[in-house]
Design a binder for this molecule. Structure first.
Ligand SMILES: Nc1ncnc2c1ncn2[C@@H]1O[C@H](COP(=O)(O)OP(=O)(O)OP(=O)(O)O)[C@@H](O)[C@H]1O
Ligand SMILES: [Mg+2]
Length: 387
């Protein structure tokens, strides 16, 4: 695949070095979108490959965002490259304010910036309410949230979620129908302020997402198994990140979704991922989506649902598909999804750790990812790493 890019390892067919860089291939017109999908069984070496791909690209000026790291395994890498990992969860001191204005890109005038912040806050509050309610909001509920948000923004320079909840549940000087329309959304958001999710989203932020760092990751390993909480945290984080991502001068950035099958179960998150996927080209973003088997995508939402369609569009918009070892019952569906030849299909169950079948557009490579001993120590996951 040419000689420009980061070193990945050895091409097992030709014996030569294999290098890869989605931005280079995009610039050369080899691929039309820089997104990458990696699938393989537990322990096949997917996360290690991801860590090498992104950390080896940092010296070339690329930045890395991990908007949700359920195992906390990217934290050590973030720190080693001079970035930062933000750990969130119950009992942690860190708090984030979903209404933060976020990163202001250069080149926006005040009116454009205000419009952008307003739109982001509105979207985020809507997404948070939908996540807690586990359904889409009605137009009336959107309006009620909008008005409560406007009131909160007018009354404070640093609006926080409790202000919005107060106004939703008690819209002074407004007519009663508004209170009725916003009541359920108000109670949903109240859960983040006074309910079981209190303490993380109800004040000013104690941590900042600094998009100028080489790497930022959101460590969710301390979040107890609470699907709503993970979803709410990731939704906030991706909104933060969006403000940085949507800076056309932000440079080339990896956005890594490790353990993506967990994240894709949340509809509001999946819609955001899909939006980022579509924006990738324009903003210099390369998304990386990691899961176990391609049929994970078939388990998203109900058959024929919008969620399922979104999940499969993620796959079809990734022209780099890296398949690590697959269980034998997955071979047929994997081969069908990726358009593999019979030989490639029979190869999949024989792949060893760190070996993958790379499909870049219509070309195939079998690559042994080579880890430097220092990387091996830094990337070490599982029981051995925890001691
Ligand atoms: N290219 C490689 N060369 C040598 N060892 C490797 C390589 N890739 C991974 N390993 C070893 O395999 C272990 C598991 O790798 P990794 O955590 O990347 O797997 P994974 O596919 O992400 O697993 P999971 O599905 O559990 O997340 C690592 O701790 C590392 O020791
Ligand atoms: Mg992994």
């Amino acid at each position: 695949m040419g000689s420009d890019g980061v070193f990945v390892g050895q091409d097992l067919y030709s014996g030569s070095s294999f290098v890869y860089d989605p931005w280079v291939l995009y610039a050369q017109g080899v691929i039309t979108a820089p997104n990458v999908v990696i699938a393989g069984i537990v322990g096949a070496g997917k996360s290690s490959l991801a860590k090498s791909l992104y950390s080896r690209s940092i010296p070339f000026g690329r930045r890395v965002y991990v908007p949700g790291d359920p195992k906390g395994e990217h934290t050590a890498v973030a720190e080693a490259v001079g970035g930062k990992a933000i750990a969130l969860g119950h009992g942690m001191i860190n708090r984030l304010n979903p209404l933060d204005a976020g990163h202001r890109p250069n080149g926006l005038d005040d009116a454009q910036w205000t419009a952008q912040v307003t739109a982001r806050r509105r979207d985020l509050l809507g997404a948070l309410a939908e996540t807690v309610l586990d359904r889409r909001l009605t137009p009336l509920e959107h309006t009620a949230i909008d008005i409560a948000l406007q009131d909160a923004v007018h009354s404070s320079d640093v609006p926080v979620l409790p202000m919005v909840v107060d106004r939703l549940l008690d819209p002074r000087d407004r007519d009663n129908r508004l209170a009725e329309d916003g009541r359920i959304a108000g109670h949903a958001l109240r859960r983040l302020v006074a309910g079981d999710l209190a303490g993380m989203f109800d004040g000013t932020s104690t941590v900042r997402f600094d998009p100028t760092l080489p790497m930022v990751s959101l460590d969710l390993s301390r979040v107890t198994e609470n699907a709503t909480l993970i979803s709410v945290l990731m939704t906030c984080a991706s909104a933060w990140m969006e403000s940085a991502l949507l800076d056309p001068h932000g440079g080339q950035r990896w956005v890594v979704y490790d353990e993506a099958w967990r994240l894709m179960a949340h509809p509001a998150l999946l819609r955001r991922m899909d939006a980022h996927w579509r924006l990738a080209r324009h903003y210099g973003i390369a998304n990386m989506l990691i899961f176990h088997k391609l049929s994970d995508l078939d388990n998203v939402g109900d058959h024929g649902s919008a969620m399922r369609a979104l999940a499969s569009s993620l796959l079809s918009n990734a022209e780099t598909r890296i398949t690590y070892r697959q269980e034998s019952d997955q071979l047929g569906s994997t081969a069908a999804a990726l358009g593999l030849t019979g030989t490639e299909q029979t190869l999949l169950p024989t792949l060893g750790t760190g070996q993958g079948l790379w499909r870049i557009k219509h070309r195939s490579f079998v690559v042994q990812h080579q880890l430097h001993p220092a990387e091996l120590r830094l990337f070490e996951t599982g029981d051995r790493a925890r001691g």
